[in-house]
Design a protein around this ligand. Structure first.
Ligand SMILES: [Zn+2]
Length: 233
């Protein structure tokens, strides 16, 4: 695992009284050269960055020091953290991937080394290792359905719920929304399948139930949501 330092000017001090409690995974949706260009471009009208960028060959680029806030999350929220952006509360890792193909074995090997070290340094809970889509479901779908979250969770990177019993209750939207909100998604239990709900459900399925991505309102996903929510308490 090679670590290369390519400093980005796109960072700011963390807001006073804040520290990294989340680890957020992304894909760049472009190749390595363009990813580096975008993430280190200080002249952009919309400057962005991340702490780390992982190339397809596994090389890890350190762009922003962990003490600083990188600009990767944008408008985002999770649970009680809903004041605008999670940038000041997070570490961000970008993976070079177009969203249309699997991540490379070298990228997994780098994630398996880098993420536990970050989690240990900042005592980040596995429950707080999330995808960009989880914290900004209306705007984002990265790191996409190709990331093998189950494999990562086996190494303590994120969590995967285990449903002990099949869901017996009705498939009520309000119940679904209550579970999503309890987990951390920014969803209001309105009883109707609004955009917030459907996009949050999609993000959840990408991460925890990829086989149900296209038929998400089903007993299996309800059971997983329920198991996930219960594991929090
Ligand atoms: Zn992203």
């Amino acid at each position: 695992m090679e670590l290369r330092r390519v400093p980005s000017p796109n960072f700011s001090p963390r807001a006073s009284g804040s520290w990294p409690v989340f680890l957020i995974l992304h894909y760049t949706a472009c190749d390595l050269d363009l990813s580096l260009k975008i993430l280190t471009n200080g002249q952009s009208d919309n400057p962005v960055s991340a702490h780390y960028l992982i190339a397809e060959d596994g090389t890890i680029f350190l762009l922003v020091d962990e003490e600083m806030s990188a600009w990767h999350a944008g408008r985002s929220s999770w649970g009680a953290y809903h004041d605008g952006s999670l940038n000041t509360w997070s570490i961000g890792i970008e993976l070079v991937n177009l969203g249309s193909h699997p991540y490379t074995e070298a990228q997994y090997q780098s994630l398996l080394t880098l993420c536990p070290a970050i989690q240990k340094r900042h005592q980040i809970s596995p429950f707080h290792v999330l995808g960009h889509a989880d914290i900004a479901p209306l705007r984002k779908s990265d790191p996409g359905h190709h990331l093998d979250w189950r494999r990562l969770a086996e190494h303590g990177i994120g969590v995967q719920p285990q449903a002990r019993a099949p869901w017996q209750g009705p498939l009520e939207i309000r119940r679904l929304q209550t579970l999503l909100a309890r987990i951390g998604y920014n969803v209001t239990p309105s009883g109707t399948m609004d955009l917030e709900t459907s996009s949050s459900l999609r993000a959840f399925c990408q991460r925890c139930a990829p086989m149900h991505l296209h038929n998400a309102v089903c007993p299996e996903v309800m059971a997983l949501l329920d198991a996930y929510a219960r594991s929090l308490s």
